[in-house]
Design a protein around this ligand. Sequence first.
Ligand SMILES: C[S@@+](CC[C@H](N)C(=O)[O-])C[C@H]1O[C@@H](n2cnc3c(N)ncnc32)[C@H](O)[C@@H]1O
Length: 212
Amino acid sequence: MFENTISTEAADRFYDRLGIGHDRAEIYEGLAKKQGLARLDLRPGQRVLNVGVGTGKEHLQLQAAVSPAGAAFGLDRSPVMLKLAYSRTGAPLCQADARRLPYVSASVDRLFSSYMLDLLAAQDLPGVLAEFRRVLKPGGRMVLVSLTEGVDWRSRMLVGAWKTAFRLNPIWCGGCRPVELAALVQNTGFASVQREAVVQWGIPSEVVVAER
Ligand SMILES: C[S@@+](CC[C@H](N)C(=O)[O-])C[C@H]1O[C@@H](n2cnc3c(N)ncnc32)[C@H](O)[C@@H]1O
């Protein structure tokens, strides 16, 4: 994994400018997110937190799955993304950083985060995962979806091209690079850690499922 990526400020500027254009990534991210949402195993009445809500497409599904008595909370650093997600969902959202979650410990049943950890610096990942674990209730489930390493010749080739672009200028990739998070998740103290790779249009993603 590349240790460093774009700065937090550069990521803020990038996602504020990208806005609704981010929905185009569905073409290679949609399948892995669909799989990740299914693995959350949401039930009506649960409290679910979505970290890095983006434009809010998945958040709509989280809301539907926990309604009517549950709640789907979300956060993002980008005010533009928050506005888009709010216009789509009307959900309780807040501007916050994944490194310092503004939620009390053991307060959510489920935590979902897609394509956000792959744009954070490697040094931030243990702290962010510890925050995810802190807010989950004992027995609560977390699902992470991220860009990952290739699994067959086509996806290895495409990931090779992605990494070349990232080396030249990581902003061309929105700061995202392939990651493999299962070992880190395990080392943070999560249990029952499972990982599967999902390839769409040759781009590989991983879905990591773990329990507190
Ligand atoms: C690639 S987008 C993914 C959005 C959405 N989860 C999806 O799958 O479509 C990454 C999102 O994470 C947000 N983000 C980046 N760094 C963050 C941080 N440290 N804390 C909270 N949100 C962050 C960005 O503003 C952006 O909306």
